[in-house]
Design a protein around this ligand. Structure first.
Ligand code: ATP
Length: 355
């Protein structure tokens, strides 16, 4: 991460309404200079709207936005020190790579020599040095996206906004481009604000992840914080796979679920409080049933996932998902164990059992 801990973007109490629809609900977010921040959430949660407000394509209904200490809530897009890369590369098909990248500089009537220098530097930055006279139509999706990024960075914005820029690429290309983007971010040293609904992409790329749902921020944190310490059942469910079970606190550090009592590390919920019990599939140990089992169940399904197997185990009335490097036969009786610190207790938000 290249930053000096200075805040570059400050979003203060921002809401956005479309008629009676609340797309953003009192958003507060502070982004540091040089940070790679990802806004992550399911479709319709307001990610793109938030990005568009930072870009200036839409204006906030309430609240204000500052960039580099200046309030820009009403400033038009071209006067903001930001540029946007979209999912659809939005390149001009009738222009070659050079003219696509130089387009904005020509509008500004930049002298040709300076323009050429800047275009070449931008192409170098995205690893496309020898491509300036190619038609954009003759490029692969990944190459077109690199040209779109070159066009967005050629006028040296302070912030690059990226709206699902890899969504149109196939899986292999997307993985390659993720690594390239990470490298590019390091080289450029500018702030990236990245929108995606892909949690794996967010975990791979980001310094900080902002998890959103229904127009609200649910949690802000590093990828490891968000994965290991999800603040509520929504985040736990959205980031990686989780078993979310109905439970009741017996007392501090003792919780009951699936008809058994388990030691845990959480306290302060109050005796008999209904809670969500969140356990990651990889935190459960599965073995042929024996006396040391905390839970006993029967394997319902067993799917090979490439590196590990994923088993659904019926324990009491709950189906619990477990990962292991060994396969257990469907119909076999198994035991499960989980360590106290791998049992995450959360305030109850919903009553269903979600996987
Ligand atoms: P996706 O991942 O599907 O693009 P998103 O998280 O980016 O979703 P937004 O596009 O920000 O979500 O939309 C948030 C909510 O605001 C949605 O319910 C959407 O239908 C609504 N919305 C967005 N733009 C408009 C608009 N111009 N007019 C009316 N409603 C809108």
């Amino acid at each position: 991460m290249q930053n000096d801990n200075k805040t570059i973007i400050e979003i203060n109490n921002v809401s956005k309404f479309f008629g009676d629809k609340t797309a953003l609900d009192h958003i507060n977010l502070s982004i540091r200079k040089g940070e790679f921040v990802t806004i992550l959430g399911p479709s319709g949660c307001g990610k793109t709207t938030l990005l568009r407000l930072i870009a200036g394509f839409q204006t906030a209904s309430e609240g204000n936005i500052c960039i580099s200490g200046k309030e820009i809530t009403q400033t038009p897009p071209h006067r903001r020190p930001v540029n946007t890369v979209f999912q659809k590369y939005a390149l001009f098909p009738h222009l070659n790579v050079y003219d696509n990248i130089a387009f904005g500089l020509k509008l500004k009537k930049m002298p040709k020599q300076d323009m050429t220098r800047k275009v070449k530097a931008a192409l170098k930055m995205v690893g496309m040095t020898d491509y300036e006279y190619r038609d954009v139509d003759s490029l692969s999706g990944g190459q077109q996206q690199r040209v779109a990024i070159a066009r967005a960075i050629v006028n040296e914005p302070e912030v690059l906004l990226l709206d699902e820029p890899l969504a149109a690429l196939d899986l292999k290309m997307r993985k390659d481009m993720q690594m390239e983007l990470k490298e590019m971010h390091k080289r450029l040293g500018i702030t990236f604000v990245y929108v995606t609904h892909d949690q794996e992409e967010a975990l791979t790329l980001s310094d900080t992840i902002v998890v959103m749902s229904e127009g609200k921020i649910q949690q802000i944190g590093t990828p490891t914080d968000i994965y290991n310490e999800p603040i509520n059942a929504f985040v736990a469910d959205f980031i990686g796979e989780s078993n979310i079970l109905n439970g009741t606190m017996v007392k501090d550090k003792l919780v009951r679920f699936c008809g058994q009592e388990f030691e845990c590390v959480d306290e302060g919920f109050g005796e008999n409080a209904p809670v969500d019990v969140v356990i990651r599939p990889e935190d459960l140990y599965i073995f042929p049933v024996s006396d040391r089992a905390q839970l006993r169940g029967v394997v319902q399904s067993c799917i090979f996932k490439g590196v590990h197997y994923e088993m659904a185990v019926m324990c009491a009335d709950y189906e619990i998902i477990v990962q292991d490097y060994h396969a257990f036969e469907v119909g076999s009786e198994v035991g499960l164990l989980v360590k106290p610190f791998d049992i995450h207790i959360m305030k109850k938000e919903r009553t269903c059992n979600v996987f």
